[in-house]
Design a protein around this ligand. Structure first.
Ligand SMILES: Nc1ncnc2c1ncn2[C@@H]1O[C@H](COP(=O)(O)OP(=O)(O)O)[C@@H](O)[C@H]1O
Ligand SMILES: [Mg+2]
Length: 237
């Protein structure tokens, strides 16, 4: 399988604080990887390094040339304009697509319809609910046809029904594109089981376990790899 991004012994340090400690991690085409761990364990830092937003203090990041990747944050940032124009602007600015503004608006409307936001296309982005915002962010990411989609706790700030809707959309998008890889941070172990094929457990900036999902949730197997990871999973139940 094609490796999209490969981190070798990556350390990220801010002054005295350490975000990651000698993390080696690779993600290949079609993998669905969940990042779990307590707050401050380094999940967001790992996502940002993979996305190229943070340069490692030490270690190497190798990335497939011209890899198309997109990232979703816990709370999407929108500009003061309609939902449709927010959508269209992202498409229009993506030089690889070379769209006119009118084409960007047409495609933007189609993308909004795919995530069930057709009816609010003309509303200000500021009036959207948390779940609608996250669906818009997903539509925006998806319109760029990413090979690697990074999601940082995409449903953490949503109410239960919106959580479910956004998770369903992520699932639907991923299913239609078997080569697309997902790398997502989550505190929701149910969601991890539903979406992930592989689970990475972080503690204080270190990867303590990296296993296929079935092995990760097999307590005997996990215990043999990392007692800390097993204790974390037990504590979450
Ligand atoms: N910009 C930053 N400056 C200084 N320390 C940071 C910064 N971002 C994260 N950290 C620290 O790095 C560690 C990992 O943080 P983070 O990756 O955000 O964890 P998580 O996403 O798992 O909650 C924490 O100790 C955090 O305080
Ligand atoms: Mg985080």
């Amino acid at each position: 399988m094609t490796v999209w991004v490969d981190l070798r012994e990556v350390t990220v340090q801010w002054g005295g604080a350490q975000g990651l400690r000698q993390v080696s991690f690779a993600i290949s085409a079609g993998e669905r990887v969940a990042l779990i761990g307590a707050n401050g364990s380094g999940k967001s830092t790992l996502l940002r390094v993979v996305h190229g937003l943070i340069t490692p203090t030490q270690g190497l990041r190798n990335c497939l040339p011209e890899l198309r990747q997109a990232m979703l944050f816990q709370r999407p940032h929108l500009l003061r304009m309609t939902a449709l124009n927010n959508m269209a602007l992202g498409l229009w600015l993506d030089r690889a697509q070379g769209l006119s503004w009118a084409q960007a608006r047409t495609q933007g409307l189609q993308a909004l319809a795919r995530v069930g936001l057709h009816a609010v296309a003309g509303q200000s982005g500021r009036t959207l609910s948390g779940g609608q915002l996250q669906r818009l962010a997903l539509a925006r990411a998806w319109a760029r046809a990413p090979q690697l989609l990074l999601l940082d706790e995409p449903t953490a700030s949503l109410d239960p029904s919106a959580k479910r809707e956004v998770e369903e959309l992520i699932h639907t998008f991923a299913q239609g594109q078997p080569d697309v890889s997902l790398l997502f941070a989550s505190h929701n172990l149910g969601q991890v089981k539903r979406l992930a094929s592989r689970v990475v457990y972080l503690e204080r900036g270190q990867v303590l376990a990296d296993l296929p999902v079935a092995e990760f949730f097999n307590s005997t197997r996990l215990q043999s790899v990392s007692a800390q990871a097993q204790a974390f999973v037990q504590g979450e139940h």
